[in-house]
Every structure is written in C-alpha cells, then in structure tokens.
Design a protein around this ligand. Structure first.
Ligand code: C2E
Ligand code: MG
Ligand code: MG
Length: 404
C-alpha cells in the first residue's frame, strides 16, 4: 500500500482490511477493483465485486463495530479515504430521525448476516452491497463532496490556502484604515479558487474551524508586517485594523476564542486592532452568540455585523449584541440607482448605525458615483473595487511604501 493522506493505493492482490478488524476508515474506489468476502464455516465466501465510484467499509464507521467482511484489491486500486470524523460530522448534521434509521438498519443487517452465517447460507445469499440502493446521481453528489472535502483538507496541509487583503478606506481622511482578510485557494491545477467555492463546503464540517484559525493566524502575522511598513511612512497615523470573517461553527467551538486570544497574546498584536465579522444568518443559537460577543469585547476585540440587511432577525441583533460596526451589504449599494427604495434603505441603515453609535462600512463601492453618495452620508469606512481590490500582503506593502 502507498499512502497520501486522503488517497491510498493498493497493488493487485493486496488486502485492504480483514473481517474482525477495527474499522477506522471507509473508502471510495477511484480506480481498480475490490472483492468483498466473508468467512463461513472456514471457507471464504465472495459477497461481491466493487467497481470505481462505489463506497465500502462505511458500516464499521457508523456503528463502531468490527469489520463484517474482508476487502481485497484484485487489480491495482486507488481509493479515496473517508475518515470516521468526516462521516460522523456529516451524520451529526442529518435529521435525528434519519440518523436513528441508519443505525437501526445497519444493526439489523449485521444481525441478519450473523444468523445467515450460522445457518451456513451466506454462499447462497446474494447479500446486497451498501450502495446498490443509491441512484447514480445521489451517489456521485455524495461522493464528490467527500472528494472535495479531502482535497480541501490536503490544500490546508500543503499551504495552498492564501489570505488576500482588501483595504477599507477612511471616507473622511481618504487614507486606508484597515483591511479585510479574505481566503483564497491557490489550486495547483485549477488556479485561484474564490471563497464562495470552498468556504460553504468547509462550513458543512468542522474544517472551517481549522481554515478560520489558519486565516486568522496568517492575517495577524501579515498585519504586523504591514503595520511596521506603514509606520515607516506615516508614523503618526492611527493603527490599521484587520477584519477577519468568522463562521457560526467557529462561534459554537468553545475553544475558538481562547485560541484567538492566545495568538494575539503570543504575537503582541493589539487586540483593539482585531475586528471579527459575523453575519446575521448565523444566529440560530442566539444566546451563544451573545455570550461569545461579550467575551470578545472583554478581550478587547471589535465585532462587525457583515452583509447587514441580508439576514434575518437583524433588529434583534442590534438590541442584544455588543457590536461596534455595521457593514451595509453590497446588494443595496448596487441597486441604489435602479431603485429609490434601495437608496432609502441605505440611508435608513446608515442612520440606524449612527444612532446606535456604531461605525458604518459601505461594502461593494464599485464606482465614483456610489463612492461620492456614500461619502456624503458621512459614513466612516468604504470598501469596494473602486477603492481597491483584495490583494496579497506583498502588493499591499508595495502600496503602503508609496503612500507617504
Ligand atoms: P464578505 O465577508 O462580505 O467579503 C466581501 C466580499 O465582497 C469579498 O468577496 C470581496 O472580494 C467582495 N467585494 C469587495 N468589494 C467589491 C466590489 O466592489 N464589487 C464586488 N462585486 N465585490 C466586492 P470574496 O473574497 O469572494 O469573499 C466572499 C465571501 O466569502 C466573504 O464575503 C465571506 O463571507 C466569505 N469568506 C472569505 N474569506 C473567508 C474566511 O476566511 N472565513 C470565512 N468564514 N468566510 C470567508
Ligand atoms: Mg466580511
Ligand atoms: Mg460582506
């Protein structure tokens, strides 16, 4: 067997696992052929032959019992690995009723195999293999997700994830006030992949926790360098801030905020220069977010509500959550000149933010007209392609050097 973390290769006639082994992983066949067999009355009985695209070994993972069969590669075979954590995470996200059904069905299947084996009937029974019942489409979608998840895990380990920075402009002074850290995937063959293509997948699992921490660490590290460069040219300017996006799974992770506090303490980064961006749609467990936000404030971090106006229960947020900044979502800015309603909404959101004592960011400023309109509303910060696109820390540093 040869190993990459999420892919395993077996040469012809090698054993993948044996009946009775503890099962820690399931597999999807990428290429090759796998025979599944079991022992009945000291004889090896063939249960089936699996081909590319098929899943096996998942039963031991779901109900934590030994393997019920032996798997042998009968040709040179490449397998994608699915770990117990990946499968249990997916199961956790399913309806409790479905979870119960899956466990009951597997346990009945095990019992019935046991009875059939005792009766010496296995060889006469055409035991259905697990994925026989799946439509090809469902199977492809499900398996593709595991593949993409593995690819993303591998990317994180191989340092293919990058952080770009989009400047936020102080609308009154015309100087850069800080940056938003935005994740990018520098794929070895597909080029740069935007976050919309991989963050939602990461958010389905706890992978977002590792990605989020990676982005935060990198952002703080880069910010320290960017701040040093800026101090050289503008020593009296107020410190730059860094805004980092945070997902609901990170908020639910009890260790997250302590890890952030540790990174800040270890690097000596000023806590007041760290802004955590949360979205409205993440508040299913509202009390959790309230507690999390007040802990952030104790540690000296600021909180921004991102994409304001696009989620739900936003007014409730403003009532209870200790936030500092409100980011008016770009969809309203984009529609300002086609719809007088959209413009009124922008005016309303800016007034609301001011009345509550928050600073306001206008997102997605794409042209001079939008920029001037928002500046006339006396908002604090602007962000958008008209000001600057997200770019690498190296590019930012080049511009900071010229900004004296
Ligand atoms: P966001 O937090 O609202 O970030 C702003 C997005 O708007 C960025 O897209 C930025 O490139 C884009 N943008 C900025 N100015 C303009 C403009 O003038 N016009 C247009 N059309 N777009 C503009 P990006 O980088 O593709 O990120 C999309 C979303 O992915 C982010 O939205 C955020 O929700 C999520 N994301 C990015 N990085 C991370 C991360 O590290 N962690 C988490 N949890 N989410 C992230
Ligand atoms: Mg954001
Ligand atoms: Mg946003």
């Amino acid at each position: 067997m040869s190993d990459k973390l999420y892919t395993q290769t077996f040469s012809s006639n090698t054993r993948i696992f044996s009946e009775g082994d503890e099962g820690a992983i399931a597999y999807v066949i990428e290429s090759g052929l796998v025979e599944i067999s079991t022992i009945e009355k000291d004889k090896q009985v063939l249960l089936g032959t699996l081909t590319p695209g098929q899943l096996f070994g998942e039963m031991a993972l779901i109900n934590d019992e030994p393997r019920t069969a032996t798997a042998i590669a009968i040709k040179d075979t490449v397998l994608t690995v699915i770990s117990r954590e990946q499968l249990t995470e997916r199961l956790k996200n399913t309806e409790p009723m479905l979870r119960m059904l899956i466990r009951v069905i597997i346990s009945r299947y095990r019992t019935s195999i046991g009875h059939t084996r005792k009766a010496g009937m296995l060889s006469q029974l055409n035991v259905p293999l697990p994925d026989d019942t799946m439509s090809e489409e469902t199977q492809t979608v499900a398996i593709e997700k595991f593949r993409r998840e593995n690819e993303l895990r591998e990317a994180l380990l191989n340092k293919e994830l990058l952080v770009h920075y989009q400047p936020l402009l102080n609308m009154q002074t015309g100087k850069w006030a800080g940056f938003e850290a935005l994740a990018r995937w520098n794929h070895p063959t597909k080029g740069t992949i935007p976050p919309s293509k991989f963050i939602p997948l990461a958010e389905e699992t706890t992978l977002i926790i590792s990605i989020g921490m990676y982005v935060l660490r990198q952002a703080i590290k880069d910010m320290i360098t960017m701040q040093t460069e800026r101090n050289k040219v503008l020593p009296d300017a107020p410190p730059l801030f860094i805004a980092v996006n945070v997902s609901s799974k990170q908020i639910a992770d009890t260790g997250f905020i302590d890890k952030v506090a540790r990174v800040v303490a270890e690097t000596g980064f000023p806590p007041a220069s760290l802004k955590l961006e949360i979205t409205e749609s993440m508040t299913s467990d509202y009390q959790l977010v309230i507690n999390w936000a007040s802990r952030c404030r104790e540690l000296g971090f600021s909180i921004a509500i991102d994409d304001f106006g696009t989620g739900y229960s936003s007014m409730e947020h403003l009532l209870e959550l200790e936030v500092d900044t409100l980011k008016v979502d770009q969809t309203f800015i984009k529609k300002m000149y086609q719809s007088s309603k959209a413009k009124k909404l922008v005016i309303g959101m800016v007034r609301l933010s001011k009345a509550l004592g928050f600073s306001t960011v206008a997102e997605g400023l794409e042209n001079k007209k939008e920029f001037n309109t928002l500046r006339a509303m006396s908002i604090e910060y602007g962000q958008g392609f008209y000001i600057a696109k997200p770019q690498s820390s190296k590019q930012i540093i080049e511009k900071l050097k010229k900004s004296a």
